[in-house]
Design a protein around this ligand. Structure first.
Ligand code: ZN
Length: 278
């Protein structure tokens, strides 16, 4: 999907170069086109901020009007997300997290970043003492005329590379541990699964197939262990009930009488995943 950055309402643009000011009312909007869409939708995601998804061949001259009409909703949604996610900042792209706090393993990994020549491939080195060394390709110097307008940021390519290198690290850390937590939960509940896969989905903690295969999100490592166990039991209950109907909820409650507390905890624990990896 091609993405394009749009400044907010022309009337709200500020700065001598016409760039968006940090404190303008509406954050920059990313425009994506999709051949499967037949109408415009506006969303705000933790990672990408304000995003407008439009049908292909959409007339972009209408964007400022749409944003103007939805200003109240945009500001309300941003305020709600800022309350939930302390690192939420729709005015700026995500940053590299300096620390990965893997609560499930009780391990904290420091992330250091170096820039090397563009001839070398980006890589992530795992060093002793729970230190990660991220080697990224040198990026072009930031435009100096921009310096007073925007914080020095990473190129989109470097952010994308970082995301995939860190996700790969998480999968590698998760493989020896998450299937064990699932197996333990299966023993405790006498529910069975056929196989366990580890992935890095962006919208779900886990899923269960009709054949009883369970897939778990490697980002669960950021959660405390009791919440990982809760997700495992939720997915195991799907081996009996594939939907989220009353029978499913009854089964979960039978296995976990404290499910309401866990559900609330899980909701706020989403903020434990760094924004770049959300
Ligand atoms: Zn479910």
């Amino acid at each position: 999907m091609p993405a394009k950055q749009y400044d907010p309402l022309p009337g709200l643009r500020g700065g001598k170069n016409g760039h968006t000011e940090r404190n303008s009312t509406i954050p920059p909007c990313t425009l994506r086109t999709s051949s499967r869409k037949n109408r415009v939708t506006l969303t705000i995601t933790r990672r990408d901020g304000l995003v407008l998804v439009a049908p292909e061949y959409f007339d972009t001259s209408g964007v400022p009007k749409i944003l103007e009409r939805r200003t109240e909703w945009i500001l309300r949604t941003i305020a709600a997300m800022q309350a939930k996610y302390p690192d939420f900042d729709p005015w700026n792209p995500p940053t590299i997290p300096p620390l990965l706090d893997l609560r499930c393993l009780d391990e904290q990994w420091q992330v250091d970043t170096v820039f090397q020549s563009a001839q070398k491939n980006p890589a992530l080195r795992i060093n002793a003492g729970h230190r990660l060394l991220l080697r990224l390709q040198e990026q072009p110097d930031n435009d100096q005329s921009d310096a007073d307008q925007k914080p020095i940021g990473l190129t989109d390519a470097n952010l994308e590379t970082t995301r995939s290198l860190l996700n790969r690290f998480l999968v590698r850390k998760a493989k020896p541990i998450l299937p064990d937590i699932l197996a333990e939960a299966a023993r405790e509940t006498s529910l069975h699964f056929s196989r366990c896969q580890i992935r890095t989905q962006s919208t779900r903690w886990g899923s269960c197939s009709a054949r009883g295969g369970i897939s778990l999100n490697a980002k669960l490592l950021f959660m405390p262990r009791r919440l990982v166990r809760y997700i495992c039991i939720h997915e195991l209950c799907h081996t009996q009930q594939l939907n989220h109907g009353p029978k499913f909820h009854k089964l979960v409650r039978q296995m976990l009488p404290e499910v309401d507390t866990l559900e609330k905890e899980l909701h706020s624990a989403e903020a434990l995943v760094p924004r770049l990896l959300a």
